[in-house]
Design a protein around this ligand. Structure first.
Ligand code: ZN
Length: 388
């Protein structure tokens, strides 16, 4: 039975974010049961509770396509704090996912957390014991013993990667995550080291494929990127050094890039990094920005993630627009395309009949002015109202 008729001056509906005026969305249980105009739907559902939201724009809940539940880039020293004991990481995660949902993020993809904190938090949210977005998770992020990955766990050799891949899947992770390259471009020289062998990457991809789940790689470029695409990695995260040829390859093989723009574009965020990282980030910022500009204008499939800058998807979308993305593309990157990248495109990501009732209201149409995303006045996830 219809529970709510949610009414707003405007709404962005369907997977093309088509604008309708005097919009009404009908919610029954946890799903969108009807989409149309107020004139038609208020009469059609007389018993449902009317929510007149007024001069706002209804849109799908935001999707963060790359985060970590127990790390928060809003906090100084957050990278070192990843070595804290699991109970501390878990308590933090509980707070961070709540912040996410209360900012309008209704779905997030978690790309590695220690001690299966992400699995614990995902399950608790699912069971209704915790407030947070719908999570899809990768469990233990697999990095090399000599490579990058603050949230990852060191591995070496095909057998170790296979073991963790299977253990992750035992915890019903929706993703497997590997860390192939360094975090940022080289400051001196041009060589981009790849810490994983082709066989190690291929092993993880093979394990995932047989179980029907997807793979994601922390990968900035170089041989690691080419190996990742060849081995079957579904999503290249960051791609800060991708060349034109790399982008063509990713396009041709129909893989995704998960763009994480604020890591380099937000100077404020950089202040929370260790001093050496701050300095290096300043040095390569221009170079990385130029690559990200190419990504958003190249026609490659991309969605947007915060990489653990919680509750900040409005900022990430604004960064994408600064890089040259049309505001509509940026909004797609945190909604429709985010759902596709995360693998939840059949249940969420747009205001579509039969989809999960995940929606927010913002002060104005973000397709016309992206800054509208900063003022979220209404939040619903799976038919439950979290902010009104
Ligand atoms: Zn990350």
């Amino acid at each position: 039975m219809a529970k709510y008729v949610v009414c707003a001056d405007e709404a962005l509906i369907g997977n093309n974010l088509e604008k309708i005026e005097n919009a009404a969305i009908v919610v029954a249980e946890d799903k969108i049961a009807d989409v149309g105009t107020q004139d038609e739907l208020i009469k059609k559902y007389p018993k449902a509770e009317l929510l007149m939201l007024g001069k706002v724009c209804l849109m799908p809940g935001m999707i963060d396509s790359h985060t970590h539940t127990s790390m928060d880039a809003r906090v100084p020293g957050h990278l070192d704090r990843m070595n804290d004991p699991a109970p501390e990481l878990t308590v933090r995660a509980v707070n961070y996912v709540k912040d996410d949902l209360m900012s309008g993020i209704t779905t997030a993809r978690v790309l590695g957390d220690k001690e299966y904190v992400d699995v614990t938090v995902r399950n608790a949210i699912r069971e209704g014991g915790l407030t947070g977005p719908r999570l899809v998770v990768a469990g233990i992020g697999m990095r090399s013993i000599h490579g990058h990955g603050f949230v990852g766990v060191p591995h070496t050799g095909v057998q170790e990667f296979r073991h963790t891949a299977r253990e992750n899947m035992l915890h019903r992770t929706e993703w497997l995550k590997v860390f192939i390259t360094a975090g940022a471009p080289p400051v001196n020289g041009t060589h981009i080291p790849s810490f994983l062998s082709y066989e190690e990457i291929e092993t993880v991809c093979g394990e995932a494929k047989r179980m029907g789940i997807r793979t994601s790689a922390h990968c900035i470029g170089g041989q690691g990127l080419r190996d990742a695409v060849k081995a079957g990695i579904d999503v290249i995260d960051h791609a800060y050094c991708a060349t034109i040829e790399d982008l063509e390859l990713i396009k041709e093989k129909e893989r995704w890039i998960c763009l994480t723009p604020s890591v380099f574009m937000s100077k404020e965020r950089n202040l929370n990094n260790p001093p050496a990282t701050q300095k290096n980030t300043d040095i390569v910022r221009k170079k990385v920005t130029a690559v990200m500009q190419k990504i958003v204008t190249s026609g490659v499939k991309y969605a947007i993630g915060s990489d653990a800058l919680h509750a900040s998807m409005a900022l990430e979308a604004e960064c994408a627009v600064k890089l040259g993305a049309a505001p509509k593309e940026a909004v797609m990157g945190i909604t429709v395309h985010g759902a596709e990248l995360c693998g939840v495109e059949r249940i969420t990501g747009s205001l579509t009949l039969g989809f999960s009732a995940d929606m927010i209201a913002v002060k104005g149409n973000p397709v016309e002015d992206i800054s509208a995303l900063n003022e979220v006045s209404f939040i619903m996830k799976e038919g439950i109202i979290y902010k009104k």
